[in-house]
Design a protein around this ligand. Structure first.
Ligand code: GDP
Ligand code: IMO
Ligand code: MG
Length: 436
């Protein structure tokens, strides 16, 4: 013990990577349990007096902490060529990646699923999801359809060929006859996947067993979600979601560690809201203030470079994230970006066709019609990037945090005041006391 789950509270890009990195030095394992290289986490580290920026996609952010074992759990979908590129990139910068463990049960993103992701989006036209085009959706669909390819299949050529043939017997019809694109060749796909097997072999493990044993030994395991609560396939703004379980419960199915072993859940909440891709977004700003947040917050996707849609903080979403994830601690990130505003609007409820909603409407149509009801909190002008204790913050910034804390229903244990590793205020310890 303990096992800690870290999730995003909004639509992603809340700063999960930075928060994971912060905890990395005090945990033994960091586990990615969902998603794939649709995620993009930026971590900024001070090295030899210089700020170094790392962009991670498939690897858990814990890979940057020398003593931490990074794990890719069974719930992840892996584009193996991207995994190797990311490992090579880190090794070239002097990061030791030799401890990485990969679940034998994780699914592999075969090349034809990248094609399918892109052509499906093209065919959906105005009804597209705005995916990252990495093959995530089709690979999770294959998993549920029981025609997926798993990491362990790379080590039995006969089985691998049978599985690729089975998948392509259906998919090639779709690719060629519906989407009018090139059918995939079984031999080529099998050869590509087999070419990865030798390099991947030393990393492949029964990660569920390994993590269970680590917890038995009293070690600390941190589960780092990709994406976020409102992108969760069950609890998010379906169909404008990703295809995995990004909420805290996903940490259990995506790793093989049971719910009874989880001690705390940390949710990362950005002090304003962003979203990439399509879908409803009640507090979205289409004016100068939206542009201000995008520019000041550098809100451009780490994975696709797309400008992120920006809007004010929505505590209806914060409260929802608290309830769905069982959040014990919130980390508010990017508070520094709100510096210099006379008033800071916070959405506290929605007006849906004349009816007030204090909680997330269950009906998708209602959420599309939701108009934010704002409470305006007084702003602050002082630079807060150097603040390291809660008391260092200007009175209005403190009042903002306390009001948000009251509205979201769980304590705010840390506050981000800049992208750097040290630019954070820790109000309460994020790591629960070790149970004896
Ligand atoms: P993730 O996907 O949740 O890991 O988040 P991203 O890395 O995609 O986006 C968060 C961005 O905000 C990154 O560029 C971080 O370096 C940056 N960031 C994180 N916390 C803070 C903060 O408190 N203040 C500022 N200014 N930037 C932050
Ligand atoms: P991190 O981990 C923000 C969005 C895409 C799209 C939808 C489905 O960095 O927070 P997909 O390719 O997953 O099928 O796309 O989900 N999306 C993200 N948005 N941050 C992410 O990850 C995202 N991963 C996927 O933009 O709207
Ligand atoms: Mg991101």
């Amino acid at each position: 013990m303990p096992a800690i789950v870290l999730v995003g509270a909004q639509w992603g890009d809340e700063g999960k990577g930075k928060a994971t990195d912060l905890l990395g030095s005090s945990v033994d394992y960091v586990v990615k349990f969902n998603g794939g290289n649709n995620a993009g986490h930026t971590v900024v580290i001070e090295k030899n007096g210089k700020r170094e920026k790392y962009a991670l996609h498939l690897l858990p952010s814990g890979i940057l902490s020398p003593n931490c074992v990074p794990v890719i759990g069974n719930g992840v979908v892996i584009d193996i060529s991207v995994l190797f590129q990311e490992l090579d990139g880190l090794e070239a910068r002097g990061v030791d990646t030799s401890k990485l463990q990969v679940s034998a049960n994780a699914h592999v993103i075969p090349p034809y699923n990248r094609t399918l992701d892109k052509v499906t989006e093209r065919f959906l036209g105005s009804r597209r999801i705005g995916t990252t085009g990495r093959g995530i959706g089709p690979t999770y669909a294959d998993k549920m359809n029981r025609i997926g390819i798993r990491v362990q299949d790379l080590y039995d050529e006969g089985i691998l060929r049978q599985k690729v043939e089975a998948a392509l017997s259906v998919k090639n019809q779709v690719l060629a006859k519906i989407y009018n694109t090139r059918a995939a060749d079984v031999d080529e796909v099998v050869a590509e996947l087999l070419s990865y097997a030798a390099r991947l072999a030393p990393m492949v493990t029964d990660t569920a067993l390994e993590l269970g044993r680590a917890l038995d030994r009293g070690e600390t395991v941190l589960f780092e979600a990709g994406q976020a609560t409102l992108l969760d396939v069950d609890h998010g703004t379906y169909p404008y979601v990703t295809s995995s379980n990004a909420v805290a419960a996903g940490a259990c199915t995506g790793s093989g560690v049971p719910p009874t072993r989880i001690d705390s859940v940390i949710a990362i909440l950005k002090a304003y809201t962003t979203r990439v891709g399509e879908g409803p977004f009640p507090t979205e700003l289409h004016d100068d203030m939206g542009e201000f947040l995008r520019k000041t917050g550098a809100e451009f996707g780490v994975t696709t470079g797309r400008p992120r849609r920006c809007g004010w903080l929505d505590v209806v979403i914060g409260r929802y994230a608290q309830r769905i994830n069982g959040v014990t601690d919130f980390v508010i990130t990017k508070l520094d970006i709100l510096t210099g505003l006379e008033k800071v609007p916070v959405c506290v409820a929605y007006d849906v066709d004349g009816v007030r909603h204090d909680e997330m409407p269950v009906n998708q149509t209602d959420f599309h019609h939701a108009k934010p009801i704002y409470e305006e909190l007084p702003g602050w002008w002082e630079d807060i990037t150097h603040c390291r204790t809660f008391e260092d913050l200007p009175a209005n910034a403190q009042a903002y945090v306390l009001r948000v804390e009251e509205l979201i229903g769980a304590r705010v244990s840390a506050i981000g005041v800049g992208p750097g590793r040290d630019e954070i205020i820790e109000r309460f310890p994020l790591k629960p006391a070790v149970a004896s």
